[in-house]
Write a protein that binds this ligand. Structure first.
Ligand code: C2E
Ligand code: MG
Ligand code: MG
Ligand code: MG
Length: 289
């Protein structure tokens, strides 16, 4: 049902476009997985004082032949709606474990890789099986894997989320609470859920250090997390001033953000790693690209 204008050009109809786009993506996802249209980039997590990499986060990208590069912020919710998210997450887990094993083989040691787990898949028994299978297949210790779950997904089904997280922690995996502070939730669930790390959302660092209020909110959140005995990571750190602010804190959290590195392809990450190794972890500004 397209509308033709006077000039014979098909008018853009956002409703039809959205419907077709979403439907098309859910039809294309299997091909995308098979033919490497879907791929993974990795973003380092850095200890700013020791200047060491404590882990990397796996982030998906989709290079679609018609739509170009599609952000996961766009395609993940679409695949969730279309009930295709478990297939994609299974694919992701398998690939990440395979990559970790490959890096270990060539001497690139990594303390940990983090995988984003969508809320609706977290509590599925299938997730547990898929993780077990990949750990076994690639001979990976559970402690090498961290699952990132969002506050929103936890609140959605708090009871089952808690028991899923407990199962994974008992197995030795780490579990991080992602985008912390954006879920408009009460903080009471924090003492119930056995997570290992809190990732403080980028929105809390954006105004730092210029805004005194933002700085004091960030400080208080970090303090709260440490007082609950959790590891703390600040995401979306982009500037030197932000890093300096963080380094000035009594207890310095882990950071992740463009200041240290954007998410990198496998090849880029290997170069980044080699460069860092050459420069030496103790005396170094880290530079990439
Ligand atoms: P997230 O898990 O909170 O990931 C962090 C996002 O912030 C990533 O965007 C990353 O590229 C971006 N980022 C990191 N540092 C900076 C910075 O300094 N400045 C700015 N402006 N951005 C920064 P990305 O890769 O587009 O992912 C967006 C969201 O999509 C993720 O948020 C996550 O919720 C979801 N996502 C990404 N990959 C996957 C995946 O493989 N599976 C699932 N389920 N969700 C994913
Ligand atoms: Mg994440
Ligand atoms: Mg995050
Ligand atoms: Mg985020």
């Amino acid at each position: 049902p397209s509308t033709q204008s006077r000039h014979g050009i098909i008018k853009y109809d956002p409703k039809i476009h959205t419907f077709n786009f979403e439907r098309q993506l859910s039809l294309d996802i299997q091909r995308a997985m098979n033919e490497n249209e879907l791929f993974i980039v990795y973003q380092p997590k850095v200890h700013p004082e020791q200047n060491s990499v404590v882990g990397i986060e796996a982030l998906m990208r989709w290079k679609h032949p018609v739509y170009g590069i599609i952000s996961p912020a766009v395609f993940i919710p679409i695949l969730e709606n279309a009930n295709r998210i478990s297939d994609v997450t299974d694919w992701l887990i398998e690939r990440v474990c395979q990559q970790l094993a490959a890096w270990t083989n060539i001497g690139i040691e990594l303390p940990q890789i983090s995988i984003n787990i969508p809320g609706m898949y977290l509590t599925s028994p299938r997730l547990n099986k898929v993780i077990n299978r990949s750990l076994l297949k690639y001979k990976i210790q559970a402690s090498k894997i961290e699952l990132e779950i969002t506050e929103t997904s936890v609140i959605h089904d708090i009871h089952n989320a808690i028991s899923a997280v407990r199962t994974f922690r008992e197995k030795g995996l780490s579990v991080a609470l992602d985008d912390f502070g954006t879920g408009l939730s009460s903080l009471s669930y924090l003492k119930e859920i056995p997570i290992s790390t809190i990732k403080i959302d980028k929105s809390f660092i954006d105004g730092v250090p210029n805004s005194a209020k933002d700085a004091s909110i960030l400080k208080s959140i970090i303090h709260l997390c440490y007082s609950l005995d959790l590891n703390v990571l600040v995401e979306g750190v982009e500037t030197k001033e932000q890093v300096q602010f963080i380094m000035g804190l009594e207890k310095v959290p882990i950071v992740q953000g463009y200041y240290y590195s954007k998410p990198l392809t496998v090849e880029e990450y290997e170069q980044w790693w080699k460069k860092r190794k050459e420069v030496g972890e103790q005396n170094g500004e880290i530079s990439i690209g």
